[in-house]
Design a protein around this ligand. Structure first.
Ligand code: NAG
Ligand code: NAG
Ligand code: NAG
Ligand code: NAG
Ligand code: NAG
Ligand code: NAG
Ligand code: NAG
Ligand code: NAG
Ligand code: NAG
Ligand code: NAG
Length: 879
């Protein structure tokens, strides 16, 4: 076809058309030699189109000019047009393929308008590698007219050098000489280089070979711990490139690991590397950790297809070839290649996670708007979590941090439809399209927030919590899944109210263990807790309340990953330990004094039968309490006792405390008998038989049964656990589980019975026949208080507080604190109180004591009784 064409009053004949298949379209090459403005061209095209009723797109060359600056980095290419252009784009031709260049880690493309009638398209490249050398084309668009210009960018890059030695270690342990082969390879291969191999040492630099390969013997006398080699490549006289390699030398005094299968003999502390089997890319390395101790094999060999995928993603992240199609390809491949059934190696996992990371960078610069990409991304990410990563916790920690950061970023950047909901094995994705209250349940986690954001993206990630690094060694992750919350709203639009997240806990929260609500801080790779607080829900669920305003945000997008951590140890109240130590100390001293006084005054105080009973019981109580307190103190101040001692301590504590309680029971039975059967005094024989049985046999039998039940009979208790090896005390394993109940149940029963006795005594006191009519109400109250004060320590009723300690939790606030302090104070000072009430507070003992003392000092005291006289009727001898 020949066309007569008039253009800006210059007529040209189009001499040639290409043989396009499409009958309705034609392509023409027009060569113009004239000077005009682009807007004029556009006008003419518009008219042409109008007159011929066909669509015309025009590509021009030579109307814009490209300038290239390749002297220094960043390399910049720019195209200048003397007109207003609406679009600029860049591409690079590599091996007959035209590839789009977009913003990325290497490339930055800009379209700027220095004035109203000019446009400048620039491409700058920082740290470009070989990928970036090629023919560049800039395309500027103005309506239907594309203006193009092309230019070559040569990128001068130093050659890549690799230096290898065979063997990897020089074994000088027995022989005087060792054959070694050092090979320096240059890429891209070329013969314009001069290569020299050197041996370097502190003193001299010696040429090994004027060639890329050295094969020869090294004299072991000449080398110390390491043989340093270097490869020097010269491609022109003033440009030299170096590569050094340190070859470890195994001397006769060195520790080493013997060769095992493919791993050669390796010096201690050195990492040996092996190449991968065919079809895999990367390397395996294994460290010799000590004398004959190999570390685990770190298999960084990735499947070839995964390595290619990684490379593709890396190129995209650099800005090379960024198109929606290529992005889709990467996500799809990622989904297809991340099959946990293919037994992925650490290299596969690492490459896949790195791919995710690169895609996160791509999504920052390029708008990805695709539900299918999101779906593939979620499926792939879910599969990665089903894979076995590494046995090395540090490796898993850094991988999981990278993984989370990539997933957070992609979730934030990929744009999806309003109603998208994606489920995969380990990842769940849901959206709250613009609705004031967003409330969703993902993997059992309830998220609720009020937001004015366009949409709130929510994602729950399973399995990851165990791998993420936790700086705080006192806490441990306590939820299986974590939740990612992403909102897009500026601070003005949405100042941010509170948000609540309810996590199901991995295991029931033990008593007094604190839970911390945390969110992941990407910048620090740690959990942060500021702005979030734990609201007690129950022991199976933790409710977190996070203040969205105080969580920092970047720009308008906010993405946060929330989780919960539980402290490993129960919360301890301030000063409780000090109180315990002081109390035990005071009690031990008091009990020694008490026993000494009892001993000293035994004849005098144990004159009557009843008094004899009472003091027998008191002495037993005091003795057992003294022993128990001593052992308690011993186990409180020492940590990690060796095994038999710990068990002995546990058994002794168990027995002594129980014995004390059973003697208290004897005492209270005697009192009860005394109060109820006033005229039938207890016979001595009965008392001593009964008290010996209750006071010695009962605790012994209890301890014996508990020990046999929990420790000896397999499977009966809870996996052979009479005592806790850390606390050297009985075990608690949940409600009605653990040997602690062999202590708590008898103590509970005795405490209740003693309380009952106390009540009976008080009721007896209140009976008019018992109390003399003249006593008024105030006296009555006073005497009741006295009964309580006197009987409490020796009846052990303060131990009832122990049940309060057992059932309250730190979430009960002040009540819990009060009960804990009260329990600790009353029980650690129990011995001291026994001294006060049983000895100093007792008139008879005091009198006897002073009588005896006054014999020595020949002085006399006038004594007052502080106790109500009423008590000394009948039961009086007792108290
Ligand atoms: C137009 O020019 C281009 C580049 O010079 C050439 O590849 C193409 O074949 C030409 N088309 C026609 C129809 O001449
Ligand atoms: C274009 O025109 C100029 C003068 O008008 C002339 O010198 C030049 O050779 C021409 N170029 C071509 C390719 O015809
Ligand atoms: C289009 O047609 C109009 C009249 O119909 C004529 O004046 C004008 O020159 C034509 N334009 C071109 C580019 O042929
Ligand atoms: C690329 O990045 C630069 C600066 O970071 C920005 O000015 C430019 O608009 C970006 N280009 C595109 C196409 O997004
Ligand atoms: C040196 O190493 C390169 C790459 O590993 C290899 O291709 C080459 O054959 C080696 N040269 C010799 C002489 O072994
Ligand atoms: C390489 O070595 C040869 C001979 O020593 C020398 O002539 C030549 O200039 C060297 N080439 C370079 C690039 O240094
Ligand atoms: C182990 O392998 C990885 C992956 O190939 C590599 O990056 C790393 O440097 C190696 N470690 C050592 C100590 O050679
Ligand atoms: C995803 O799982 C949730 C429950 O976790 C369920 O309610 C929802 O219907 C599922 N959605 C799809 C698309 O399968
Ligand atoms: C990182 O952690 C340190 C303390 O661990 C803290 O002081 C710092 O503020 C944190 N950085 C950021 C960006 O929050
Ligand atoms: C704890 O709270 C959760 C959520 O409110 C509830 O489903 C669960 O039944 C509660 N558990 C107990 C033991 O009360």
């Amino acid at each position: 076809m020949f066309l007569n064409c008039c253009f800006l009053s210059i007529c040209y004949i189009i001499t040639h058309t290409d043989g396009s298949d499409d009958k309705n379209s034609a392509k023409f090459n027009v060569t113009l030699n004239a000077s005009f403005k682009a807007t004029q061209l556009e006008k003419v095209i518009g008219e042409l189109e109008h007159n011929s009723t066909s669509t015309i797109t025009v590509e021009t060359e030579g109307l814009v000019e490209m300038s290239i600056h390749s002297e220094s980095e960043p390399y910049t290419l720019s195209c200048q047009a003397e007109d207003m252009m609406s679009e600029c784009s860049w591409s690079i031709r590599k091996e007959s393929e035209e590839v789009v260049v977009w913003n990325g880690s290497t490339a930055t493309v800009r379209c700027v308008h220095p004035s109203t009638s000019s446009t400048q398209a620039t491409l700058s490249l920082s740290n470009p590698d070989r990928l970036w050398s090629g023919l560049y084309t800039c395309t500027l668009r103005s309506g239907r007219v594309l203006y193009k210009a092309s230019g070559d960018l040569p990128i001068p890059l130093p050659p890549d050098l690799t230096l290898k030695s065979n063997p990897e270690n020089l074994d000088c342990s027995s022989d005087a000489k060792q054959r070694i082969r050092v090979n320096c390879s240059v890429s891209p291969p070329s013969d314009v280089y001069n290569i020299t191999l050197y041996v370097l040492s502190d003193k001299k630099t010696e040429v090994m070979s004027k060639d890329a390969v050295f094969t020869g013997d090294i004299n072991c006398k000449d080398v110390a711990d390491y043989l340093n080699t270097a490869c020097e490549v010269t491609n022109n006289p003033d440009e030299k490139h170096f590569k050094t390699l340190t070859v470890p030398v195994i001397t006769s005094t060195d520790d080493f690991c013997d060769s095992v299968s493919e791993w050669p003999r390796t010096k201690k502390g050195v990492t040996a590397t092996r190449s991968c089997e065919p079809g895999r890319v990367g390397q395996k390395n294994r460290t010799c950790k000590g004398k004959h101790v190999w570390g685990p094999v770190e298999n960084y060999c990735a499947r070839e297809e995964i390595a290619k995928l990684l490379n593709k993603a890396e190129n995209l992240a650099k800005g090379f070839g960024v198109t929606p199609e290529r992005i889709r390809e990467v996500f799809l491949d990622m989904k297809n290649f991340s099959d946990p059934k293919l037994e992925p190696t650490l290299g596969d996992v690492t490459s896949l996670i790195n791919t995710l990371d690169y895609m996160k960078h791509v999504s920052k610069d390029f708008v990805i708007k695709s539900d299918s990409d999101m779906e593939h991304f979620i499926d792939a990410s879910s599969s990665i979590l089903s894979m076995h990563w590494s046995d090395d916790a540090h490796v898993n920690q850094s991988l999981s941090a990278k993984y989370l950061q990539a997933v957070e970023g992609l979730t934030q950047n990929i744009q999806v439809n309003q109603s998208t909901e994606l489920n995969s094995t380990n990842l769940l994705f849901q959206l709250c399209p613009r609705e004031p209250t967003c409330s969703r349940n993902l993997l059992g986690i309830n998220v609720a927030l009020i937001s004015s954001a366009q949409q709130v993206k929510l994602m729950a990630i399973d399995r990851l919590t165990d791998w993420l690094p936790n700086d705080d060694a006192t806490t441990v992750s306590c939820s299986d899944a974590l939740v990612v919350v992403q909102e897009n709203a500026s601070r003005e639009e949405d100042p941010g109210t509170k948000m609540t997240i309810e996590f199901p806990l991995t295991s029931e929260r033990p008593q007094n263990h604190k839970i911390v609500c945390v969110y992941w801080q990407t910048s620090n790779n740690t959990w942060a807790r500021e702005g979030c607080r734990w609201i007690h829900k129950n022991n199976t669920h933790a409710l977190c309340e996070c203040d969205r305003a105080s969580l920092d945000r970047t720009g308008t997008a906010r993405t946060r990953t929330f989780s919960t951590l539980m402290s490993r140890v129960p919360v301890e109240l301030d000063g409780l330990n000090t109180i315990t130590l002081v109390g035990l100390g005071a009690s031990i001293c008091s009990l020694i004094i008490f026993l000494a006084i009892e001993c000293f005054l035994w004849k005098a105080v144990a004159k009557t039968k009843l008094s004899h009973f009472r003091h027998t019981a008191l002495v037993n109580i005091a003795t057992f309490l003294l022993l128990a307190d001593c052992i308690f103190l011993a186990s409180a101040v020492t940590e990690h006792l060796p095994e038999p001692f710990c068990l002995i301590l546990a058994v002794a504590k168990h027995f002594f405390y129980l014995a004390m309680f059973f003697w208290m029971l004897c005492l209270s039975i005697v009192l009860l008998h005394q109060v109820i059967f006033i005229f039938q005094p207890l016979r001595a024989k009965v008392f001593f038989t009964l008290s010996a049985t209750i006071g010695y046999i009962c605790p012994l039998v209890t301890v014996g049964i508990a020990y046999v039940y929990y420790e000896v009979i397999p499977g009966s208790g809870d996996s052979s656990s009479y005592h806790n090896r850390e606390t050297c005390w009985l075990t608690y394993k949940g409600s009605m589980k653990g040997s602690i109940y062999s202590f708590m149940v008898p103590v509970g029963v005795i405490t209740l019975m003693n309380l009952f006795s106390m009540v009976v005594v008080i009721v007896t006191l209140l009976r008019p026949t018992f109390s003399e009519s003249k006593t008024d109400d105030r006296e009555m109250v006073k005497s009741i208080i006295k009964v309580i004060v006197i009987l409490s320590p020796i009846f052990g009723v303060t131990w009832a507080l122990g049940f309060g300690v057992f059932v309250t939790d730190l979430t009960d606030g002040p009540l819990w604190m009060i009960i804990n302090y009260a329990f600790t104070i009353t029980n650690t000072f129990q011995g001291f109180f026994i001294l006060l009430t049983g000895c100093i507070g007792e008139r008879k003992v005091r009198e006897e004591f002073l009588k005896t003392v006054s014999l020595f000092v020949s002085s006399s005291y006038h004594l007052h009784s502080d106790l109500p006289d009423t008590l000394y009727l009948n039961a009086s001898e007792f108290l």
